[in-house]
Design a protein around this ligand. Structure first.
Ligand code: MG
Length: 339
């Protein structure tokens, strides 16, 4: 087996701002795993929140020795090896996991959702994310998101009320709110959520800083809106501690090392009675299409990272009035764009 990689600078349609900061370009690393004449593709979209950059991804991938493996079907062995090479590096690990799954699907001539026994008609609607911005830009973004029936709004700062008022002037669509750990005190979080309960909001993602589980549980006891863990829900071992603290978890391939662990988290969350959401970073259609393959199993999708970019080099899952449409192609279902 042979792994090669290349960098890709994703340019964003709008400056993307959340509670932690903002940016105009988002670099990712694309990988190709070749074995026996078949190539599987994967992607790492590193997040500084979790200590990764394209440089750390490249350094991690260059440590890996794929010559020791002769069979990409040996996912368990290969992914266990990759997981123990170093701590963290979850997006780098996800790139290999995605490429292996894509390779298997292509070798079998099957889309992954079919291989997993899932019904492609059961994909959920995806929300479309509106980052933090000035009122006139927010209005423009809401107009651009016209075809999406659900919007996800980034909050977590001083302008929360103005942002919601501006969006509510422009649309009455259901909103999902992501505070990205921005509300630092539990009383502040509760006040904001109580107010948002009146504003047609479906749920709140990560209201409080990660690890403040006691504060979050306090908020949840007093608030009517469901709370979904994101920064608190990284990997499989996080799921059990979130029961009684959150109502659901947001699984992202780039946090959890890829599809294999994502499915384990999903089933574990179900066993604990938790809702399941799947989100993304700013990614190409590789990462988004990979996650969309298991989306018939989830409650809420937020798989729009590719739609926020101008130069996605791949074509994969499509969106039709918010609904995720899985392509009839093997593996994760992507193809390089020709234009
Ligand atoms: Mg989030």
């Amino acid at each position: 087996m042979k792994l090669s990689r290349s960098r890709c600078e994703l340019r964003l349609k709008h400056t993307f701002a959340i509670a932690r900061g903002s940016r105009d370009v988002s670099p990712v690393v694309i990988v190709e795993l070749e074995h026996d004449g078949v190539i599987g593709v994967g992607e790492a979209a590193p997040s500084s929140r979790y200590g990764e950059t394209v440089e750390t991804v490249e350094a991690f991938l260059s440590e890996l020795d794929f010559r020791r493996f002769q069979d990409p079907f040996q996912l368990e062995t290969i992914l266990n090896y990759i997981n123990q090479v170093a701590e963290g590096n979850t997006a780098a690990k996800a790139s290999v996991d995605i490429a292996l799954h894509d390779w298997i699907g292509r070798r079998l001539g099957l889309p992954l959702h079919k291989y997993w026994g899932l019904d492609k008609d059961k994909t959920p609607l995806t929300s479309f994310t509106i980052g933090i911005d000035r009122p006139e830009v927010l209005e423009q973004k809401v107009r651009e998101a016209e075809e999406f029936p659900i919007l996800k709004v980034k909050l977590g700062g001083r302008d929360d009320e103005e942002i919601i008022r501006t969006i509510r002037k422009a649309t009455q669509k259901p909103l999902r709110v992501d505070a990205n750990e921005g509300w630092k005190r539990k009383e502040e979080a509760l006040d904001k959520i109580k107010w948002l309960e009146q504003e047609g909001v479906e749920f709140i993602e990560q209201p409080m800083p990660a690890d403040d589980l006691a504060g979050t549980a306090w908020v949840r006891e007093r608030a009517a809106l469901p709370l979904i863990a994101d920064e608190d829900s990284l990997r499989l071992h996080d799921v059990s501690k979130l029961r009684g603290v959150f109502d659901g978890i947001n699984i992202k391939l780039m946090k959890c090392t890829g599809l294999r662990e994502a499915l384990r988290m999903l089933h574990t969350a179900r066993a604990f009675g938790l809702k399941v959401m799947t989100g993304c970073m700013i990614e190409t259609s590789i990462g988004i299409s990979a996650a969309a393959q298991f989306s018939p199993l989830i409650d809420y999708a937020d798989l729009d990272g590719n739609l926020l970019t101008l130069n996605d080099p791949f074509d994969g899952v499509k969106v039709d009035r918010g609904k995720l449409i899985l392509p009839d192609r093997p593996g994760i279902g992507v193809e390089k764009r020709r234009d």
